[in-house]
Write a protein that binds this ligand. Structure first.
Ligand SMILES: [Zn+2]
Length: 86
C-alpha cells in the first residue's frame, strides 16, 4: 500500500545505575506492638550511626520497644548503555 505513512521507531538502550553523587538516606520506624505498631519514625537520617543512635534513644525512652523497620533510599539515573563490542 503506497501512500500510507510509516512510523519508524529508534530504540535506545539505557542502563539504570545508582547515582553516586547522591547520598543514600535511611529512616527507621518502630514496629513494636501487638495489634498496632508504635509507628514512631526517625525521619530521614544520613548514616547508619544516626539510625543506631535513634533506635537506642527510642528504646531507652520506650521500654520494650525492640523491633524496627529500616528503609534505605537511594537515587538512580538512566545512562546510555555501553555498546557490546563482541
Ligand atoms: Zn516504639
Amino acid at each position: 500500500m503506497s501512500g500510507v505513512p510509516r512510523a519508524v521507531f529508534r530504540f535506545v538502550a539505557y542502563d539504570l545505575v545508582q547515582d553516586q553523587t547522591a547520598e543514600v538516606v535511611r529512616s527507621i520506624m518502630c514496629v513494636t506492638g501487638g495489634d498496632s505498631d508504635c509507628g514512631a519514625t526517625s525521619g530521614f537520617v544520613g548514616s547508619e550511626d544516626e539510625c543506631v543512635e535513634w533506635i537506642r534513644r527510642h528504646a531507652r525512652d520506650n521500654p520494650g520497644h525492640h523491633r524496627f523497620q529500616r528503609a534505605y533510599v537511594d537515587y538512580a539515573v538512566l545512562v546510555l548503555a555501553e555498546k557490546d563490542s563482541t
